[in-house]
Each structure stands twice: as C-alpha cells, then as structure tokens.
Design a protein around this ligand. Structure first.
Ligand SMILES: Cc1cc2nc3c(=O)[nH]c(=O)nc-3n(C[C@H](O)[C@H](O)[C@H](O)COP(=O)(O)O)c2cc1C
Length: 318
C-alpha cells in the first residue's frame, strides 16, 4: 500500500505536524505501507500546459501560469497516480483553505485528472493520452487546521478540501478540523486533537486495506449523506444545494431540527456521484458547441472592451 500526504501548510508547521502524526498512526496500522509526504509549497509549476502524460479533455488552454521555474507536476502527479491512499491537509487562512491548495488543484488536478474526461478520451480514440492509473480506486482523508476556537472562522476549510480529488473519484473515508493551533508548532500540545489526527490516519490506512466495495466513510456525519458536511445553500423556498458536493434536496423540519432530504435525482447531480461527472461533461460539451456557432460575433463585442482595459490597466514597474 502507498500512502501519500499532501500538505498545504508551512514547512514544519502545525498542519505538517498533525499530518505526520496521522501518517505515523497509518504506518502503525499498516506497517508494510510506503509513506510519502509532499509539501505543496516546494512545488514549482512551469509555464506551459502539461501534455502527453495527462488527459487533456476540455480546457487544455486554460491552465497557463506565469512561472519560469521547473515543472514538478509530472513528478507529483506520478506520486498521486501511484498512491492507494491520500491524506490532504491545509491550514485555514481568513476562513478559507490556504491558497496553495487551490493553486495546486487548478494547475494540476481538476479537469486535467478527471475520470469521466479520461473515459471520454478513450472513447474518442485518444487513450494514449490517458494515464490508466487514474482508474485505480483510491481513498482519501482530509485535515483542515486553524488557530481559531470556533467553526465561524473555519467555514470553508473542509468544503474546499472536499473539491480537490472528486474529479478522480477518490473516496473520502474520514475528515476532521483542528481548532486552536494558534502558535507555530503548538498543535502538538492539543492532545485530544492529535489523538483524533492519529485516528484519521488509522482510518485511512484501514479503509485503504479493504476492497473498494467494502470501503466506507467512518468520520462524523453531517447533513449531507454524500460528503457528510453541513454547508447548505438555500436556492428558493425549502430547496437546497449541498455546499460541499452539489447534491440537490430540500430542507425539512424533523423533531424540531432542520434535516435535509435527497431523492436519487438530487443525489445524481452531486460531484461525488459518477452521474454527476457525466452530467457536467455533457454540460461542458453542450456549452462549447453552442458558443462555437456564434464565436464570429466575439471580435465586435470584445475589441471595445480590450481597448478600454488597455487604457485603464496599471501594471507594476520592474
Ligand atoms: C494570514 C492568516 C490568516 C489566518 N486566518 C485564520 C482563520 O481565518 N481561521 C483560523 O482558524 N485560523 C487562521 N489562521 C491561523 C492559521 O491557520 C494557523 O496559524 C496555522 O497554524 C497555519 O498553518 P501552518 O502552521 O501549518 O503553516 C490564520 C493565519 C494567518 C497567518
């Protein structure tokens, strides 16, 4: 078994310490496992799109980034493709997951590592661009860490981490939030939370050791039966979208408390359901098809805006 931890915190910081405790427990549960820890802050992303090794489905020209350094994405993607179990952890900054995670996700994962896109590539006869290891069933566990004591300052921690591996259909088996890690290195003093981090690592290893059919979510239950979070968007009346995974349902009052009810149709649009990825793939293709027919109208509407932005643009002098 290969267990990979990806850390969005600072080198030797609280997140890395909590992840390392989780990895130590995972290793104890599965002593033959190979353990690897990667710091996202040590990665460099090159200037061009990565091609060949990765499926380049629908948005190949949109992940250009400004960097003149080396490109570590093939290296880190290889680690991800090799992994059976992934532990992803990051600190919360201003209520949201640290930007490094989002940067890594948007330059390296997302549509570029998407099982539905990979299947579409194969059906289009472009299977040579698909890394077949993308189809390996994997599990993940999530750790979001903050200095605050309450959920009001960590709201978008776990929901953001939830988005990182769903295109690869990675099954999340546990997730946790660490509160009160307010000073550098202080997380090691929080005995209960370090014990929970160890449980997180153990759960990850134990679930990874099971067959894909037997693997199950063992973390705390939330209002959503798919992502197990309780972040809810009211979309009109009692209709709701799950803020964690997009499942559609309705809010009901049950024994004096709000509960959410989802039917199969509502669960199918979740990004965590295989149908959800298929529906989104069709949506992207349909949108592209519709827009391509009228793209000749773009210059007349775009050019005046380009003219204005070039008049108003201020760039730093170097
Ligand atoms: C700019 C900044 C913003 C922060 N915002 C939050 C926050 O909104 N909620 C919270 O719980 N902790 C917040 N923190 C605390 C960090 O999550 C905490 O210091 C954490 O240990 C940093 O992670 P690291 O030690 O793994 O690098 C913030 C810290 C910084 C520096």
């Amino acid at each position: 078994m290969k267990i990979l931890a990806l850390c969005g915190g600072s080198p030797g910081g609280n997140t890395e310490l909590a992840l390392t405790a989780a990895l130590r427990a995972a290793h104890k549960a599965e002593p033959s496992a190979t353990i690897t820890l990667i710091r996202l802050c040590e990665l460099s992303v090159g200037t061009s799109n990565i091609s060949g090794q990765l499926p380049h489905p629908f948005a190949a020209e949109s992940n250009k980034v400004a960097s003149s350094g080396p490109d570590d994405r093939p290296w880190v993607v290889n680690h991800i493709m090799e992994a059976d179990a992934i532990l992803l952890g990051a600190p919360v900054m201003s209520r949201v997951t640290h930007w490094l995670v989002k940067w890594f996700q948007d330059t390296t994962l997302g549509p570029y590592q998407d099982v539905h896109a990979a299947r579409s590539m194969i059906s289009m006869g472009k299977g040579d661009l698909v890394d077949q290891r993308i189809f390996k069933p994997r599990v993940a566990a999530l750790l979001s860490l903050g200095g605050s004591l309450g959920s009001e300052w960590t709201t978008f921690g776990l929901p953001t981490l939830q988005q990182v591996f769903f295109p690869m259909a990675v099954k999340i088996v546990d997730q946790m939030e660490v509160y009160g890690a307010g000073l550098p290195g202080s997380v090691v003093l929080l005995d209960d939370q370090m014990a929970r981090a160890e449980e997180l690592g153990r759960n990850l290893a134990e679930q990874a050791a099971k067959s894909p059919e037997e693997r199950t979510y063992v973390g705390a239950s939330g209002l959503c039966p798919l992502c197990h979070l309780s972040i809810v968007v009211f979309t009109g009346g009692n209709k709701v979208d799950c803020g964690g995974c997009g499942a559609k349902g309705k809010a009901v009052l049950r024994d004096g408390s709000i509960a959410l009810e989802f039917d199969q149709e509502g669960l199918d649009v979740s990004v965590l359901s295989p149908q959800g990825l298929v529906i989104h793939g069709k949506e992207i293709m349909a949108t592209g098809g519709r827009l391509r027919k009228i793209m000749d109208q773009v210059p007349a509407k775009k050019d005046p805006l380009v003219q204005l932005s070039s008049e108003w643009l201020a760039s730093p002098e170097r």
